[in-house]
Ligand binder design. Structure first.
Ligand code: PHE
Length: 455
């Protein structure tokens, strides 16, 4: 069957809930449960959280709506969308920036998802039982430094991701997310209850919610911005690509609000599940990428039914990672498919092989390749830093300018209003945020964070 480009032949989401589920499935992932607690710990807790929340509202939400509307209006991939809406201009290079970000993000994302798979296996083997916090710490370190296991696990995860993307958007992506997301929330809630009843839990809650703004650094603020993009899957065309599968009845504003709310709630729940336990077990809040993997097994050990909970938790963490990784791979696949006229299957296979190869280096950079650094970062951290703190904010900046200034308010309103009425005031706030607040804030935070200016 040959696929000529055309609206009818493209895949699309089946139901309204499916749209939200797929977009929320993309947003909710390792970013919420693994990365958010770990960087909140590194950058000092509550103050970081509040800055992050400010960015989510003032920048993340309007850019999410922008991406969805670019996608639906163009019906194309992240690169093709700009080509279609702004023919013969340089805007399309925003799309390329996004494709590059997708490669980088998925390369280290797959590695962390691989660790999560290993933790499913360890949970099944009851491997955390009777281990002290120190022993759980070295268990994690030994795993990620080993040259083989995490590489295999990353490859297994990437094959799974590729397999789902081959099946296609509707069958592969939508069904999957709809069922599993609610279970994840349930487990997180149970973990929160256990965590806040641990002795010494108050200190963790204070760390997370009582801000000390003197702890904020330029780097912390840039990381909060970068993480707002990362966590909401913004700045690289993921939601342009998903937006292109959304039909005209969908109320894009409502979708954006729901997805943003779900993503933020899950991040905060993860924080509540983790920080009280961090303090209760005497773990360093700034201990880095291992934070979740070291902290939660301590909690499971003390929970009634902890054995089952830990299996379920890591299983769902892996699934949450999968519903995000497919959305990252889909950015690349949709681009290959539409711009190079490849079929879905070969496009997916090529993309998966290229990204997994980068991923092998990410994994090895935790162990044998650790000494090789650039700007003081190993390959894993470099991929993370460049993508989240540079490419996504820059992509977001251009997307805000594109929708705020280039497309023009009329077309923008028209696209938003297709799915139902929206208060005028909200539309004005939206355009104002896109035209002024988002670009200026991103530019300042970015320049300050990389040291070009100093506030
Ligand atoms: N938002 C996902 C998470 O939090 C990661 C992601 C980033 C997905 C960028 C798509 C694009 O885990």
């Amino acid at each position: 069957m040959s696929h000529k480009p055309g609206i009818k032949l493209r895949d699309s989401f089946g139901s309204k809930f499916g749209v939200v589920a797929a977009a929320a499935g993309s947003a909710v992932g390792l970013g919420n449960i693994w990365k958010f607690p770990y960087i909140t710990g590194v950058y000092g807790g509550a103050a970081f959280l509040f800055v992050y929340l400010g960015f989510i509202l003032a920048i993340g939400l309007p850019i999410m709506l922008s991406e969805l509307l670019i996608g639906r209006r163009s019906g194309r991939n992240a690169f093709g969308a700009f080509k279609k809406l702004a023919p013969k201009s340089a805007w399309k290079y925003i799309g390329l920036l996004g494709i590059a970000a997708a490669f980088m993000i998925l390369s280290f994302y797959g590695v962390v998802a691989g660790w999560s798979i290993q933790y499913i296996i360890l949970s099944i083997q009851d491997g955390f039982a009777t281990k002290s916090p120190e022993q759980l710490n070295s268990l994690f370190t030994m795993l990620i430094e080993s040259p083989q296991k995490p590489v295999y696990l990353q490859l297994i995860f990437m094959v799974l991701t590729g397999a789902i993307v081959i099946v296609g958007v509707k069958k592969g992506i939508e069904k999957f997310t709809k069922i599993l997301m609610p279970i994840l929330v349930f487990i997180l809630l149970a973990l929160c209850v256990k965590a806040i009843t641990l002795p010494g839990a108050e200190r963790g809650l204070e760390f997370l919610f009582k801000p000390d703004f003197s702890k904020l650094t330029s780097e912390g603020i840039l990381s909060a911005l970068g993480h707002a993009f990362f966590s909401l899957s913004l700045g690289m065309g993921t939601l342009i690509t998903y937006g292109s599968y959304i039909n005209r009845e969908n109320n894009l504003l409502r979708t954006a609000v729901q997805v943003t709310a779900a993503d933020t709630i899950i991040a905060i729940l993860s924080g509540i599940a983790i920080f009280p336990a961090v303090f209760a077990f005497g773990i360093e809040p700034s201990s880095g990428p291992g934070l979740v993997f070291i902290t939660l097994p301590n909690v499971f050990q003390q929970m009634p039914g902890g054995y089952i909970f830990s299996i379920l938790f890591f299983l769902l963490l892996t699934v949450a990672a999968l519903t995000s990784s497919i959305s990252i791979l889909e950015v690349v696949v949709a681009y290959f498919k539409e711009e190079f006229r490849l079929k879905r299957k070969p496009a997916t296979i090529v993309a998966t092989i290229l990204i997994s190869t980068l991923g092998i280096f990410c994994s090895l950079s935790m162990g044998v390749l650790e000494p090789y650094k650039l700007f003081g970062l190993n390959f894993f951290d470099l991929m993370d830093w460049i993508s989240a703190n540079m490419l996504l904010p820059l992509g977001g900046l251009f997307i805000a300018l594109f929708v705020g200034w280039f497309l023009g308010a009329k077309k923008v309103y028209h696209e938003i209003l297709k799915g139902g009425s929206v208060k005028r005031g909200l539309l004005y706030i939206f355009i104002f945020l896109l035209r002024f607040i988002a670009p200026i804030a991103i530019a300042i935070v970015f320049m300050d964070g990389i040291g070009l200016i100093s506030l």
